[in-house]
Design a protein around this ligand. Structure first.
Ligand SMILES: [Zn+2]
Ligand SMILES: [Zn+2]
Length: 248
């Protein structure tokens, strides 16, 4: 499980009256010393990524038979982003991402951003600005928050890096991506973002870290990176909490 979970070993197990909280994945009662508010079982069932078991381009977990360090998708395209990082395979953390995104549990952002921070701390390239993948303003009004904004602002604080939620604009609302297949998804998102014109100067020559909750086909991240690079950004990296795997 690598570095991400190294600190679990240091947790004391013999607390007499531990204050109880709930595991953010399964809801079981845990004591509040558990890292990331996860119970041991949920830590064991999820698949966590580290520097060795992922696609060197998009951060997706690779199966044992993958070679050359790239997933099938990245072996066939050159995306506009430079490199991506992820914490875990989507299936094992589905409950967390779902509750965080659709269940109004914005406060899960604290545990999730802590996992992102631990995933990045030893590998993060030099970054000038941390920014979220923007949500269309109508959708954000309806949901009450943009989950990427919650994560990105918390993460920027932990990384001690400047945060700018306004570098990208989502020009139009897109159909619910989860319902779409990959080719439709990429058509649906094409041209959906542009860099905020007032930020042109701030973006030129800068290295950006984009933050989102989930990476699926990469079309969203690619479009964001295209828009940032068109505005003069030098490099675009990203971090997500959950990603797919290339396992068949
Ligand atoms: Zn649990
Ligand atoms: Zn990949």
């Amino acid at each position: 499980m690598g570095k991400l979970w190294g600190n679990i070993k240091n947790v004391t197990l013999d607390l007499l009256y531990p204050a109880s909280i709930y595991c953010i994945s399964c809801g079981n009662v845990i004591d509040n010393s558990r890292p990331y508010a996860l119970c041991d079982l949920c830590v064991r069932t999820a698949e966590w990524s580290n520097s060795r078991n992922v696609c060197q381009c998009c951060g997706k977990l690779l199966c044992a038979s993958s070679n050359a360090g790239f997933c099938d998708e990245c072996a066939e395209w050159t995306p506009a982003f430079d490199k991506g990082f992820a914490c875990a395979e989507y299936g094992g953390v589905r409950n967390i991402t779902h509750a965080f995104k659709y269940g109004g549990k914005a406060y899960y952002g604290e545990a999730i951003s802590e996992m992102m921070f631990d995933r990045l701390r030893d590998e993060l390239p030099e970054i000038d600005i941390v920014a979220p993948v923007p949500m269309h303003k109508d959708k954000e009004r309806k949901r009450g928050y943009n989950q990427a904004d919650v994560l990105a602002s918390l993460l920027a604080k932990k990384l001690l890096l400047p945060y700018d939620r306004g570098v990208l604009i989502r020009k139009r609302a897109t159909d619910a991506m989860s319902r779409l297949g990959s080719s439709v998804r990429s058509e649906n998102i094409k041209g959906a973002f542009r860099a905020e014109p007032n930020r042109a100067k701030a973006l030129r020559g800068r290295k950006i870290l984009l933050v989102d909750d989930i990476y699926t086909t990469g079309s969203t991240m690619n479009e964001c990176a295209l828009a940032l690079k068109a505005a003069g950004a030098k490099a675009v990296y990203f971090v997500v909490f959950a990603t797919g795997t290339d396992r068949i």
